[in-house]
Write a protein that binds this ligand. Structure first.
Ligand code: GLA
Length: 404
């Protein structure tokens, strides 16, 4: 859905000015418009734990989806993508003919969900632009959903809270994109805060903004996109979810209080030996230990212990690779290359896996060495270069411009 212009450091003002011009061109004027943006996210630690009611620790990034919106007095929805030059016009009361997974389906899904809930009764002019790369596991679709719902909420003063917005966006993903994802991505995009990571309990939805003073600590976060998009991922993703449900069914026989893998402990797992095959035992072991790692990593951040944080990242990768089996040769190569570099505190795959990106915690002075190593090793062994993003100031979902 999004372009890959992110290595060019464009300032927000330049982007907004440009979008306002395009909007005026597309829709005759930009009077009455609202400009918002929602960031993508990277998960620092805690993968495949969200749909098991566990813990996650993502943060927003500085790649975003921008939406320019304006109310209409009729029932027409007008949609335009700056990235693709594609447009779509339809009536709010119609079901738009959009293929699931196409960038438009996230927008029309969000619009439809708002309409279905009686929150949206009139039409919209809508323009979308984004620089979150697609298929990189950086939640471009969550950012798109959040930008639209956040914008409509603000434009019509609907009174939707931030958590409610995230949950609504998750429903959009389930219902209109057909991906039964957990809550992490939408929650992170909507509730993430600049200079903080977001610790989230996916059962209670209680959350905490954990300060992440990277600059002060002389550290940087580097994302390396393997360029392998998650083609098979959606079916593999639901396969893993099914396995987790299967484990819970077995564990319930041992303890009827177990509602999800969140309730399982290592001791309980030992008791279940013989009832779970090796694959299921491995899956369970990943989720149980990953939850513990997230809590530990959060404590390490709060204590300013970045070395411990990096260790948890490394352990997380190993567990995702060997126990949950959602890594890939390309991701492993990127992670191992990084882990061999001086000044790298931790490296892991991030997100759903089978493709997508890795996240590296690295000393500032060692960033260029790391990038060189990742590029040359990947070029030699995979035949192309990974796309690299050095995270600067991470963003939060916000209003950028409003008329009047
Ligand atoms: C995808 C999903 C998330 C989460 C991660 C794995 O990004 O959308 O809900 O399950 O995979 O942690």
């Amino acid at each position: 859905m999004m372009s890959s212009s992110s290595e060019v450091d464009q300032s927000t003002d330049i982007i907004v000015d440009h979008l306002l011009k395009v909007f005026a061109n597309q829709y005759q004027s930009n009077i009455g418009r609202l400009v918002v943006r929602a960031p993508g996210r990277v998960n620092l630690i805690g993968d495949h734990t969200d749909y098991n009611e566990g813990f996650v620790l993502p943060m927003t990034i500085d790649l975003d989806v921008y939406a320019v919106l304006r109310k209409r007095s009729d029932q027409e929805i007008h949609l335009f993508s700056v990235n693709y030059g594609e447009s779509l016009d339809y009536m709010l009361t119609q079901r738009p003919p959009v293929r699931s997974g196409h960038w438009m389906s996230y927008v029309t899904g969000a619009v439809e969900e708002l309409r279905r809930r009686g929150l949206l009764r009139t039409g919209l002019d809508l323009l979308i632009y984004g620089d979150v790369p697609t298929g990189a596991g950086l939640s471009s679709s969550a950012a798109l959903e959040v930008a639209v719902v956040f914008g409509v909420n603000r434009l019509f003063d609907l009174g939707l809270g931030a958590v409610e917005t995230a949950l609504l966006c998750q429903t959009v993903e389930h219902r209109y994109a057909g991906v039964e994802c957990g809550i992490m991505d939408q929650f992170a995009s909507r509730l993430g805060r600049t200079k903080h990571a977001l610790f989230l309990d996916c059962r209670s939805l209680e959350y905490e903004h954990v300060p992440l003073p990277l600059e002060e600590a002389g550290l940087a976060l580097v994302i390396a996109d393997s360029g392998v998009t998650r083609m098979l991922a959606d079916s593999k993703y639901s396969e893993r979810q099914k396995e987790c449900h299967q484990i819970v069914d077995v564990m319930k026989r041992l303890d009827s209080g177990i509602m999800s893998l969140r309730d399982v402990t290592i001791d309980l797992l030992k008791q279940a030996r013989g009832s779970l095959d090796q694959t299921l035992e491995n899956r369970a072991r990943h989720v149980v230990t990953e939850n513990a790692r997230v809590v530990n990593a959060r404590d390490a951040l709060l204590a300013g212990d970045f070395n411990a944080f990096g260790d948890r990242m490394n352990e997380s990768h190993q567990s995702l690779r060997d126990l949950f089996e959602v890594s890939s040769a390309e991701l492993d190569l990127l992670v191992e290359t990084a882990q061999d570099c001086d000044g790298v505190l931790g490296a892991r795959m991030t997100g759903g896996g089978f493709g997508g990106a890795t996240i590296n915690l690295v000393e500032r002075d060692a960033v260029s060495g790391l990038i060189r190593a990742l590029r040359s090793t990947y070029r030699r062994q995979v035949g192309r270069e990974p796309r690299i993003y050095v995270l600067k100031q991470n963003h939060e979902t916000e209003v950028l411009n409003e008329d009047p």
